[in-house]
Design a protein around this ligand. Structure first.
Ligand SMILES: NC(=O)C1=CN([C@@H]2O[C@H](COP(=O)(O)OP(=O)(O)OC[C@H]3O[C@@H](n4cnc5c(N)ncnc54)[C@H](O)[C@@H]3O)[C@@H](O)[C@H]2O)C=CC1
Ligand SMILES: O=P(O)(O)OC[C@H]1O[C@](O)(CO)[C@@H](O)[C@@H]1O
Length: 401
């Protein structure tokens, strides 16, 4: 029988990365999404194209052998598919995991296949599969929990490929960078071993991979996005052409490199080479990547385990330098009320309605006695004071005219 993988989220990374590699590995891919437009497009086509863009030119692959189900309207079909699949992946965004968990839980519960399902969340977050697993357990009957590992195994992953927003007329086709990295824990699959997916680099310990990726790629990318946005730049490539922003990105990466080299078995030479690769990748002018896309969801991005506070907190605990990271936090806090980004509206509200210390707790989740906390409060205070000064100036303007 043909191998089958169920993938939640038919968006950019879903179509342009996960499905591409599942397809190459010989899987039939069943996309699950809640967006009618994406589902209808996937149901009414037999193929779409993934085009890699780099200095070396363009190369296109055709993806076929897929189906699509709308989980909003056809939940029972999704459950049935999961009950007979080998793999479930998702790329829906870390905040959506709780919404896809109930249907996955039902699909897992309905399994009779002796080989456990492999569940791999492909989100930009530390321990995203563990988070999903937690929600799945919450949606499983208590008397079925002990035997769940007979029906499913859960492996965390680190996923890296820049897939910008696509042109309005692109349809299902995706333009992406050539570079990719997909590291997944092998341990959860035990003696039976993980599924055969050649693009995956199976690793015993994921922490060095996910921390190196999140605290280098995503820290630098988001730094360029927030500084770029506040300087009126349109794209990441444009921000990176600005010498001062490029210098700041390098300063931030020096701080995270110190942590990565100190904490993991990665030499400073190796980390420096990685940094150079990442700077070249995020400067790629072949990808039209807007500062708004890369800066999206600022509340998530300033949270405790994420790309700025995560490394800054660890550096503060180790007596390291973290002031450039605080600069990125400040710029992230200034990413407010951006059109189409709900979290940027929520961020503005939190900053308006709370004292500096309370806003710092709500946004970063840092304990008040953490060594980083007073530094973050100072940054929050500065951003709030600027906002108040701008409001006062605006009101005076209205009164005078
Ligand atoms: N775009 C990129 O360069 C990269 C993105 N990622 C991660 O991949 C994830 C997805 O990112 P993108 O593909 O860029 O976003 P996207 O917005 O293009 O795709 C997300 C998809 O999830 C779908 N979705 C939302 N709620 C759903 C639900 N309840 N059930 C099923 N589908 C649902 C959306 O309709 C959309 O099609 C995020 O966690 C992101 O951090 C990771 C590495 C690179
Ligand atoms: O939703 P997030 O965390 O911004 O995830 C997407 C990010 O991941 C990256 O692909 C890096 O792997 C960036 O291109 C992109 O900004």
């Amino acid at each position: 029988m043909e191998k089958k993988a169920i993938h939640f989220g038919g968006g950019n990374i879903g179509r342009g990365f996960v499905a591409e590699f599942l397809h190459t590995a010989g899987y039939e891919v069943v996309f699950v999404d809640v967006m009618d437009k994406i589902i209808e497009a996937l149901q009414s086509t037999k193929s779409y194209q993934v085009t890699e863009v780099s200095d070396e030119g363009e190369s296109t692959k055709t993806i076929t052998n897929y189906r699509a189900i709308n989980s909003k309207t056809h939940e029972a079909d999704v459950i049935k598919e999961i009950s007979t699949a080998e793999v479930v992946t998702c790329a829906v965004g870390p905040n959506i995991l709780k919404f896809i968990a109930p249907v996955i839980a039902k699909g897992i519960d309905a399994r009779t296949d002796p080989t456990p399902l492999a569940v791999i969340a492909c989100e930009n977050a530390i321990g995203a599969t563990d988070t999903l697993h937690g929600f799945i357990k919450d949606n499983t009957a208590a008397d079925r929990l002990d035997s769940m590992s007979d029906r499913a195994r859960f492996a965390n992953s680190a996923i890296d490929r820049i897939v910008p927003a696509q042109a309005a007329d692109a349809g299902l086709n995706v333009r992406i960078e050539k570079f990719y990295e997909w590291a997944v824990e092998s341990g959860p699959f035990g003696e039976r071993g993980p599924p055969k997916i050649d693009a995956i680099h199976w690793v015993g310990n994921l922490e060095p991979y996910i921390e190196r990726k999140l605290f280098t790629v995503n820290t630098s990318h988001a730094t360029a996005a927030y500084y770029g946005y506040n300087a009126g730049k349109k794209t990441i490539a444009e921000a990176m052409r600005d010498e001062s922003i490029r210098g700041i990105v390098r300063d931030v990466l020096q701080e995270t490199a110190a942590l990565i080299v100190d904490k993991h078995e990665i030499s400073s030479t190796e980390q420096q080479e990685y940094v150079e690769t990442i700077i070249a990748r995020i400067s790629n002018h072949y990808l039209e990547d807007s500062v708004e896309r890369v800066g999206r969801a600022p509340v998530r991005k300033v949270s405790r385990k994420e790309r700025f506070i995560g490394p800054a907190a660890q550096l503060a605990e180790r007596g390291g330098k973290f002031d450039s990271l605080l600069g990125s936090v400040e710029m992230a806090l200034r990413f407010q009320n951006v059109e189409g980004d709900e979290e940027s509206v929520e961020l503005a509200k939190i900053l308006k309605e709370n004292s500096p210390a309370d806003a710092a707790v709500r946004l970063t989740g840092l304990d008040r006695d953490h060594p980083l906390f007073p530094h973050v409060v100072k940054v929050v205070d500065g951003v709030q004071s600027d906002a108040k000064a701008r409001t006062t100036a605006h009101l005076m303007d209205i009164a005078l005219n």
